[in-house]
Design a protein around this ligand. Structure first.
Ligand SMILES: Cc1ncc(COP(=O)(O)O)c(C=O)c1O
Length: 403
């Protein structure tokens, strides 16, 4: 039996027999994995670095509560995410607000929270900040660097809608003099591959922060840039002693221009992806060329995967009592339940011979899945459970979506 299957045996034996007939699919958060990843993230950087996990990667309130309870912060991409973070107890000084299209009303609301880091996306957003704002104001800078993110997730190129291009250095310095700016922010894109390019982008950001401080000092102003928020963007990876995250932490701390600043990160996918499992009952096994399994999750939950390129989720097959299926292997395409032709989460995968009533476990499905739930075909959102290493607990019931 593979390591992956043996690791899942206890949680799935606890979970699957408890499900009801209408639970055609279910989501499970694996808490020991989440705790291990958070610990690893903390260890990869110096202890003064604040890690605010991107809510958009998994906005389930219980997941957020677990993250906050363990001393981490949250990054919100909308006012709704800001409110959710505050509701579940995220301290203001660990909260970051990054929406690219904040309204005047939203800025007035968030400005009352002392210590929240609000990163403006354009210089014109600065004039909307209320004069009595209690929050920390940062400017999102576009480093104009290609860090190797897939094109759709890259935000650091010239035509990007995110941040003020670093080429507008003089405008950024002047804006930082005229408005109460105390932070700079950069997020180069998701699934970065080229960390050398990221190093040079971060170095330039640190240099710019130092130039702003020299300008403020020369004008006799007390205010300084104190915070540099370096965003997220590392792809998920297994936890070993030599992770890319460890290397990235060392790289960040080796950049001298960043050393005077309080650092903030905003990882999402790296933290959450491996902590989530999605499970679907197999409804139909259709023989043909190729054989197909029809399941109850597809482009509704795996939106990015169905519409772009599917991630290589580890798949395994289970009985309804939570035992691994050990039959000889067959090759299947895995079709989702939505009424469009591209709704497949995997093709040509080898799995034990499947039957109606078996369960397909889709592992490493904890990021950018539940948060992207699609209304297409109006299917219900599965119940969400957690595994704490000993028992399972239902966090939220299966929910009909509202319109
Ligand atoms: C501003 C910002 N910060 C952080 C993230 C999280 O990125 P990742 O999940 O790749 O770490 C995103 C993702 O879109 C983002 O837009």
């Amino acid at each position: 039996m593979s390591v992956l299957v043996s690791e899942l045996q206890a949680p799935l034996a606890a979970l699957l027999p408890q499900l009801h007939e209408e639970d055609t699919a279910v989501i499970l958060t694996h808490l020991p994995r989440l705790y291990a990843r958070l610990d690893h993230l903390k260890a990869a950087f110096s202890s003064s670095v604040q890690h605010s996990v991107a809510i958009k990667s998994n906005p389930h309130p219980e997941v957020l509560r677990e993250i906050v309870t363990r001393g981490f912060g949250l990054e919100a991409a909308s006012i709704e995410e800001v409110r959710r973070a505050i509701e579940i107890g995220c301290p203001a000084e660990r909260l970051v607000f990054d929406s690219p299209v904040k309204t005047r009303l939203e800025l007035a609301e968030v400005a009352q929270h002392s210590g929240v880091l609000v990163n403006v996306n354009t210089l014109s957003e600065l004039e909307r900040i209320p004069a009595d704002a209690q929050c920390i104001i940062g400017i999102r800078v576009n480093p104009l660097t290609d860090t190797g993110s897939p094109e759709r997730f890259s935000v650091g190129r010239n035509e990007s809608k995110f941040g003020v291009p670093i080429a507008l250095r003089e405008e950024i310095i002047q804006a930082s003099i005229h408005y109460p700016v105390r932070a700079l922010h950069m997020h180069s894109g998701s699934q970065m591959r080229n960390l050398d390019a990221q190093r040079s982008a971060l170095h330039s950001l640190g240099e710019l922060a130092q130039q702003i401080n020299i300008a403020l000092e020369s004008l006799g102003l007390q205010r300084r840039i104190e915070v540099v928020d370096i965003g997220g963007g590392l792809p998920s990876e297994p936890l070993t002693t030599t992770t890319q995250m460890m290397a990235y932490g060392a790289l960040v701390h080796s950049i001298e221009s960043l050393s005077p600043f309080h650092l903030v990160t905003e990882f999402g996918q790296w933290v959450n992806a491996e902590c989530g499992l999605a499970l679907s009952r197999i409804e139909y096994v259709i023989t043909g060329s190729p054989d197909k399994l029809f399941i109850h999750l597809g482009a509704d939950m795996f939106t990015r995967d169905a519409y772009t390129k599917a991630r290589p989720f580890p798949l395994s097959l289970w009985t309804a009592l939570g035992a691994p299926v050990t039959a000889a292997k067959s090759t299947y395409d895995i079709a989702g339940p939505l009424c469009f032709a591209g709704d497949y989460i995997a093709r040509q995968v080898r799995l034990p011979h499947a039957s109606e009533g078996h369960w397909l476990c889709i592992d490493h499905a904890g990021a950018n899945t539940y948060s992207l739930w699609s209304r297409h075909c109006s299917r219900s959102v599965p119940a969400h459970w957690s595994w704490n290493g000993e028992t399972v607990k239902r966090w939220t019931a299966r929910q009909m979506i509202s319109f």
